[in-house]
Write a protein that binds this ligand. Structure first.
Ligand code: ADP
Length: 160
């Protein structure tokens, strides 16, 4: 049986920390599905379709990585796409507190799902999407934190 993992998140934006989790996840699973959760009540900084395109470009040479967007509960989406694992990254104890609760709720909703946590690679631990958004908002260069070209992202952003 194929081992399919869903890597859910807001990815606003997708960072080198996220990329690291996907690449390491590929050693554990046959397929990693990156799921960009679209919460209709939360306004994104980087539009969903633009981020999906940039993530797809990042993994264009990895046939076992696919990118989807979803609006449903994560557990229901995992069941729908045949994923029996959720992949998540752990940076610190704050992440742990949050992830602990959410993984238990996900198993309540979908008994067969197991959440697999990867501890962040040390050099990537300080990277967070919210810090990158703040830096970008004030015109600071953030290329070093992203696995794709920021100018391409900004261009697509203006066109969208
Ligand atoms: P959410 O909005 O669900 O918290 P994020 O897009 O912020 O989603 O993050 C998705 C997942 O990636 C989470 O498991 C988060 O802990 C993990 N993550 C975020 N930043 C990093 C990083 N620098 N290194 C490793 N994992 C990370």
């Amino acid at each position: 049986m194929q081992r399919v993992a869903l890597f859910p998140g807001s990815f606003d934006p997708f960072t080198k920390g996220h990329e690291d989790i996907v690449l390491r996840g590929l050693r554990l699973f046959d397929q990693v599905v990156i799921g960009i959760g679209n919460n209709a009540t939360k306004k994104r900084y980087f539009p969903l379709n633009v981020m999906k395109e940039m993530i797809e470009k990042t993994f264009s040479s990895e046939s076992n990585v696919i990118v989807i967007t979803y609006e449903d509960l994560t557990a229901h989406t995992a069941r729908e796409i045949g994923a029996t694992f959720l992949l998540r990254g752990l940076r610190n104890t704050t992440d742990f507190e949050y992830e602990n609760g959410i993984s238990q709720v996900n198993r309540y909703l979908y008994e067969e799902i197991e959440t697999v946590f990867l501890i962040t690679s040390p050099l990537l631990a300080p990277i967070s999407s919210s810090i990158i958004r703040d830096l970008h908002r004030y015109g600071q260069r953030v290329d070093d934190f992203l696995p794709y070209s920021l100018s391409e992202l900004d261009k697509l952003n203006q066109e969208s």
